[in-house]
Design a protein around this ligand. Sequence first.
Ligand SMILES: NC(=O)c1ccc[n+]([C@@H]2O[C@H](COP(=O)([O-])OP(=O)(O)OC[C@H]3O[C@@H](n4cnc5c(N)ncnc54)[C@H](OP(=O)(O)O)[C@@H]3O)[C@@H](O)[C@H]2O)c1
Length: 314
Amino acid sequence: MSQPTSRWTPAQIPPQNGKLAYITGANSGIGFHAALELARAGCAVILACRDRGKAEAARTRILSDVPAAEVEVAQLDLASLESVHAAAETFLATGQRLDLLVNNAGVMALPERRTTRDGYEMQLGTNHFGHFALTGLLLPALLRKGPARILTVSSGAHRGATMDFADLEWERGYKPWPAYRRSKLANLLFGFELERRLKKAQAPAISVVVHPGVSNTNLFAAGPGQGGGLQAKIIPPLIALIAQSDAQGAWPTLYAATMPQIHGGRYYGPDGWREMRGYPVEVRAEAQAYDEELAAKLWDVSEKLTGVRYTFAA
Ligand SMILES: NC(=O)c1ccc[n+]([C@@H]2O[C@H](COP(=O)([O-])OP(=O)(O)OC[C@H]3O[C@@H](n4cnc5c(N)ncnc54)[C@H](OP(=O)(O)O)[C@@H]3O)[C@@H](O)[C@H]2O)c1
């Protein structure tokens, strides 16, 4: 593992002028703070969000802090493959190359089983299938010149997940937290498998996975908080008490996005107790995240269900 020599903060981000980043779910939480700090470092950013109003509000917040920021919004609903295709086509039509893709958007522990527009369980559908499709479709822009980086945001919640291909979509006995865990294990399996495939094709890009520890974002109210009852009452104040800020939650993303010593196929998160908070370092995922057979199987299923096939030629 290669670790930073001192406690890393965004003050150490090298100049990012001339680069372009595409960040999903950038209107809120970790995605927003990642976009803000990248913009501060001179990177042009695209806030890819499902709600245009929230995206415009985030753009205004970034511009009020960094008036010279180059920041645009893009319409992207990861829970709709039609929307993912439209977003990718809109971007590719600009002819721009992409230096950084941050697969950040996510939903967590939805109390009831819901499905995407295409009928897939919402957490796996949004957090994994949507990003699998988006990355494959944006790949030509990422590989145009290189070296590009593809970051996928997972979670400590991947630990203890099951990848049950007989009931991947939780059609029998849906459970909110296990469904979230599965989607976050899928993020890791995808990120590491993507790195193996990029390397095999000698493509000018790396794939890296990050996690933000426990960070005080809207994720808790938007997910488990929707269910009402005790969970909705207890979880948000508990998180406010134990979590680090949403800004600090973005540090592993920013570290992996910008620092020269980052390696493909690695995993970065906070250095504190149980990786819940702290300064970004390289960390290890649970053993099954490195299972190449499992990853290849998920890749095949993802191609089949999204209809997106990866082409690694630039
Ligand atoms: N916060 C934590 O402690 C924590 C821990 C581990 C991992 N993570 C991961 O960190 C990532 C960012 O979450 P966060 O904590 O920053 O939460 P957040 O503030 O709720 O941000 C989530 C973002 O994802 C967007 N999103 C949700 N569904 C979408 C869809 N169908 N299409 C496009 N965008 C969609 C949300 O949009 P709306 O605003 O429109 O809902 C929002 O912008 C997630 O992948 C999450 O799993 C967070």
